[in-house]
Write a protein of this length. Structure first.
Length: 425
């Protein structure tokens, strides 16, 4: 057994690298070869078997602490185990007995690992059979969330946006006559978690569909969340054109939807690929509400599927992803409805609800031209160099006032997306 010069290495506390929750074996061969889980602090850990010694009844393993983004990327085949090790500063050699009890753990760096113990460059996450449910959690990370706190208004918008997203996916299933109800569960420890349970009931009071329990609706919703948060932005051309050449991931989602109908013995929509394409475009607007909250008071959000035995990472969104997602949603809207930009400044009435006085950017409410009962929430930019304090712009923000401004508007259809405001005190 290679000793890795452990007598020269720094001991670390076992609880930093010991997996105590969400343990899952990804590959097994006499011993767990590759596995994941979380420590007592909620940190994600990936572990791998190095070697064993029958004489000393000792096992050597490698434990590495992952960021939430690395964890999601690995489980979804975006990065390899070798890439994780190369970029990590939290690698440990762990000594265990044959009952898998940790005896000692030592800090080690990537360059000190012999080549024969390194995974290959093709060491991506093995395909696993995943269990699903209709229980989900959105875990906020960074800034306030790391103190188990969140801004009430942002949490409310995430709750409402994800609730609409979930319920609409069930309502869109033609022929099922299901009544969805997203139930909130108590917030949980570990950054800041918002928990949901999607309850389904049938409209019919006379037995309903006897085969409904066989339909993999839970798998479909989980795969839908995974697709829109992981692959939707890669398939932009499919949604901005009449391109019917689906990507492999979109084909998988379509196949799962077909399975839902077939297992429930309900006739599928005539053109199921057009159906799912249009439903994804519709759902993107709901999902965008969640992406709009990321950045100011928390840095990222993980969307998890929850079962009795495990948490499955369905999506990970950070500010880079959110910006890309919002841009593509706008591109799709432009392809459907067209864009117009004012050639000169016009007078508009707005209510500013967010404003950074340093960058002079923010967001406002403005009534849509075609329906004054509906409002857009365009981004705004106020021209000029004069300070914005004690102006009508900050009055609108702090006193909840509607104000008149002169601006050049960018609209998609009749929906305002951006206002370039001419400074006027």
């Amino acid at each position: 057994m290679n000793d890795f010069n452990l007598h020269r290495r720094q001991l670390i506390k076992n609880d930093q690298i010991e997996i105590v929750n969400n343990y899952s074996v990804l590959h097994f061969d006499d011993f767990p070869i590759l596995y994941i889980g979380t420590n007592k602090y909620g940190n994600k850990i990936i572990g791998s078997h190095l070697e064993e010694d029958d004489d000393t009844k000792m096992i050597l393993t490698l434990h590495t602490i992952l960021t939430n983004k690395e964890f999601h990327q690995f489980l979804n085949g975006k990065i390899s185990y070798l890439e994780i090790l190369k970029n990590s500063t939290s690698i440990s050699i762990v000594e265990k007995d044959y009952k898998f009890k940790i005896l000692k753990a030592y800090d080690i760096d990537f360059d000190s690992l012999p080549n024969e113990y390194l995974p290959t460059s093709e060491s991506y996450c093995p395909a696993t059979v995943k269990s699903h449910s209709l229980t989900f959690s959105i875990s906020l990370q960074g800034k306030l969330a790391d103190l188990n706190k969140a801004i009430a208004d942002e949490v409310s918008k995430i709750q409402n946006g994800f609730t609409e997203f979930l319920e609409d996916r069930i309502k869109s299933l033609k022929g099922f006559d299901l009544v969805p109800k997203a139930l909130l569960q108590p917030y949980a420890e570990g950054s800041f978690k918002i928990n949901f349970e999607l309850d389904l009931s049938q409209k019919s009071k006379k037995g309903g569909n006897l085969f409904l329990s066989q339909a993999p609706i839970d798998k479909y919703i989980a795969n839908y969340i995974n697709y829109i948060s992981e692959n939707f932005t890669e398939d932009k051309d499919i949604f901005t054109s009449k391109n019917e050449d689906f990507s492999d991931k979109l084909k998988e989602l379509e196949a799962t939807l077909s399975d839902v109908y077939e297992k429930a013995f309900i006739t599928k929509p005539n053109n199921i690929n057009s159906f799912i394409k249009e439903d994804l475009i519709k759902s993107a607007g709901k999902f965008e509400k969640i992406t709009e909250q990321v950045g100011k008071h928390f840095e990222s959000a993980s969307i998890l599927g929850i079962t009795e035995t495990a948490e499955t990472s369905l999506g990970f969104i950070d500010i880079d992803y959110c910006n890309k997602f919002q841009t593509i949603v706008e591109d799709i809207e432009v392809s459907k409805k067209g864009m117009t930009i004012d050639s000169e400044f016009k007078e508009y009435k707005i209510y500013i609800y967010h404003l950074n006085t340093d960058t002079r950017t923010g967001n406002a409410f403005i009534r849509n031209l075609d329906n004054e009962e509906e409002m857009s929430k365009p981004k705004i930019k106020i021209n000029g160099d004069d300070g914005l304090e004690q102006t009508k712009y900050t009055e609108s923000l702090y006193l909840n006032k509607w104000i008149s401004v002169k601006a050049k508007a960018k609209k998609i259809g009749e929906k305002f997306k951006y206002l370039d405001i001419d400074y006027d005190n």
